[in-house]
Write a protein that binds this ligand. Structure first.
Ligand code: ADP
Length: 642
């Protein structure tokens, strides 16, 4: 980290109105500038690192964001009471809320961001389009559906042509956007987009645009001061998205040359100047892959972006420092011709989610967290953090910088392999798959690429990995913490010397007594039936198979019969059991129903045979817990013979 800059700090005290990695990142810069930082937190976050790392922290409310991080009154009050002269809103939450910016101003507190009018204009896609069009910024052909009925919309849509994209005008985060391939699909898409828009943004106004086939998302970082200077810091390519949400971002873009950079930069600065912009902003464009010289404005984000670190690494500038200085009235310290881009930077967003299970959000306790020291990592978490589902599932960003693109991708891929995160499912393995995809390596990107690139199924764990899990379990058990000795783990009082069977997402692995644990493995026994191991660049969750279950499986194999187990696809509650234990069932027959995440999942018999039900209605089940099985007659006989 750079030494504190000379001179008086621009403010004494700044309140950071956010949480997670961005709150920590802003606090870091404030500290370097000699500014006292005030964190805010909800009840869910009292023990999170941003609270401890700030010079002081204020509780603002209970866990739901509505009652805490989105409560403008509580935040302004906290700022006033803690003596903050300014508020940094981070991203998300109130960062693009004009009412909040106004409330700060009314309370005599500087909002570190643009003026209220710029937020207001750019916060609405239709207003933003109308506004920048006047400055000659090219737009995607499209129209506002405000005050039009569905018939009028259909007529206008026919003029623009299909395919079309329907977007909530007040939208963000890709929410509510619907692609319409042909006129027949329009009505349903409008209804669905309005529903999502009303619920998510409290405004169901829609914008329809021509859908650009296989586009690339290229955005320009702008920085403007209060003295009329506007510069751009080059582009970022954020084409690698899943369902319109960015996953991997880089700077510069592989398809932007110096001439195109100048045109994009000029358009971005014109868009910013058109609203008298101040501070850091991002102007987003879609660029046709086949004709990169053709670009279209889609929106402007009036805040710091998640992906700002790639720009910091190639420009050597601290964007938060620039934001703070500009908010204090200082002029931009550099001119456009002093902005130099060095090397290549690539960022990957680490999400708490399960790619193999349709990217469902994951929650739990972080049992181990060790970022790679070969790249910059901005993380929300540390060992011991609890990841809930209240807030955004993005828990860290890893950002590599290298002389060229190939090397930056290679370093990021390697660093993600060294990043240890145990206890919660993440997309780290998926990110590595993406980074090694030949199209990604070649820079042949389009916004649909990730939706076509499916997670590779988990590999079966190596014996060394399983041996590491076995040793961890045995040690924990010997210490007597957590791991309770149970039948089968001791034979006649002598430990069954390290013979163990584990289930994992990649399959079952058996370890013999003499198997040696992988020396580099990082292992944590979460409980007596779950061990997490990081080995060979990946995290795996191993579940010990009890001796009894292992014997039954072996019996089933010997009998030549079949034992088909059913496990809970998600953590949840058993709400119905449809057949009795020992009943004869036919293939496809409903066996039991689990409610999870407000949805019901019914498990059906994978084959005909004898039902084995291991849970009762009302039981809470863990993910992958064995809840039922269907045995065939031979297994049934073997069971009795045993
Ligand atoms: P949000 O504000 O919800 O993030 P954006 O307007 O920024 O919405 O669009 C997000 C993403 O959706 C873009 O990066 C792009 O992948 C896709 N998208 C948006 N508009 C279009 C369009 N007209 N044609 C094709 N894809 C689009």
């Amino acid at each position: 980290m750079a030494p504190p800059p000379p001179g008086t700090p621009p403010f004494d005290t700044v309140l950071v109105a956010s949480r997670g990695e961005i709150a920590r990142r802003v606090i870091r810069t404030l500290r370097r500038l000699g500014i006292r930082s005030i964190a805010v937190y909800s009840d869910a976050d009292a023990a999170e690192p941003h609270v401890r790392e700030a010079d002081a922290a204020v509780r603002i409310g209970p866990a739901p964001a509505r009652a805490s991080y989105l409560d403008a009154d509580a935040i302004v009050r906290s700022a006033r009471e803690s003596g903050a002269q300014a508020v940094h809103p981070g991203y998300g939450f109130l960062s693009e809320n004009a009412m909040f910016a106004r409330a700060c101003a009314d309370a005599g507190i500087v909002f570190i961001g643009p003026g209220v009018e710029a937020i207001d204009v750019m916060g609405d896609k239709i207003r933003a389009r109308d506004h920048v069009a006047g400055s000659g910024v090219p737009l995607v052909p499209g129209f506002s559906a405000r005050d039009l009925d569905d018939e009028d919309i259909a007529l206008r849509a026919a003029d623009v042509g299909y395919p079309l994209i329907v977007k909530p005008s007040a939208g963000g985060g890709g929410k509510g956007m619907e692609v319409v391939r042909e006129p027949g699909g329009l009505r349903a898409a409008l209804a669905s987009a309005r529903r999502v828009a009303a619920a998510a943004f409290g405004d169901d106004t829609l914008l329809l645009e021509r859908y650009i086939a296989a586009p690339r998302h290229i955005e320009v970082q702008v920085m403007a001061d209060a003295h009329g200077n506007v510069i751009h810091l080059g582009e970022r390519e954020c084409t690698l998205q899943r369902r319109h949400q960015k996953v991997i971002e880089e700077a510069p873009s592989p398809i932007v040359d110096a001439a195109l950079r100048e045109r994009l930069g000029a358009a971005a600065c014109a868009a910013a100047a058109s609203v008298g912009y101040r501070g850091a902003g991002t102007v987003e464009f879609l660029v046709s892959g086949e004709r990169p010289e053709e670009f279209f404005f889609i929106e402007m984000n009036t805040r710091l972006q998640v992906e700002h670190p790639v720009t910091e690494l190639v420009t050597g500038l601290d964007l938060v420092e620039l934001q703070v200085r500009i908010a204090a009235g200082e002029p931009l310290p550099i001119a456009q011709d002093e902005v130099a881009l060095t090397g290549w930077a690539v960022e990957a967003r680490v999400y708490a989610e399960s790619p193999e299970r349709g990217f469902l959000p994951a929650a739990g306790d972080v049992l181990a967290w060790r970022p790679s020291d070969a790249v910059r990592t901005d993380a929300a978490i540390e060992t011991g953090s609890r990841i809930g589902t209240e807030y955004d599932p993005m828990i860290a960003k890893a950002i590599a910088h290298a002389p060229d693109r190939a090397e930056a991708l290679r370093r990021l891929h390697a660093a993600l392999g060294d990043t240890v995160l145990l206890g919660v499912d993440t997309n780290i393995a998926y990110l590595r798959t993406v980074l090694s995809d030949p199209r990604v390596r070649a820079g042949e990107l389009d916004t649909g690429l990730l939706d076509r690139l499916h997670p590779t199924p988990a590999a079966p764990p190596s014996t060394g990995t399983a041996a590491a899990a076995r040793d961890a379990l045995e040690t924990t058990r010997d210490r007597g913490d957590g791991w309770r000795a149970r039948d089968g783990w001791r034979l006649g009082g002598i430990r069954a010397r390290g013979v163990a069977v584990f289930d994992s997402d990649g399959g079952t692995v058996a370890v013999a007594g003499d198997a040696v644990a992988d020396a580099d493995a990082v292992v944590v026994a979460a409980s007596d039936d779950e061990v997490w191991v990081h080995a060979d660049g990946a995290a795996v969750r191993l579940r010990p198979v009890s001796r009894r279950a292992a014997t039954l499986r072996a019996l089933a194999d010997d009998a030549g019969g079949a034992h088909a187990g059913l496990s809970a696809p998600l953590p949840g509650t058993v709400v119905a059991v449809h057949v009795g234990d020992g009943d004869r069932v036919s293939a496809g027959e409903r066996m039991l129903t689990i409610e999870a995440m407000k949805m019901e999942h019914t498990l059906t018999a994978p084959r005909a045979g004898i039902a084995r039900i291991r849970v009762a209605v009302g039981a809470t089940v863990a993910r992958d817990e064995d809840v039922a099985a269907v045995d065939d007659d031979e297994v049934e006989e073997a069971r009795h013979a045993n």
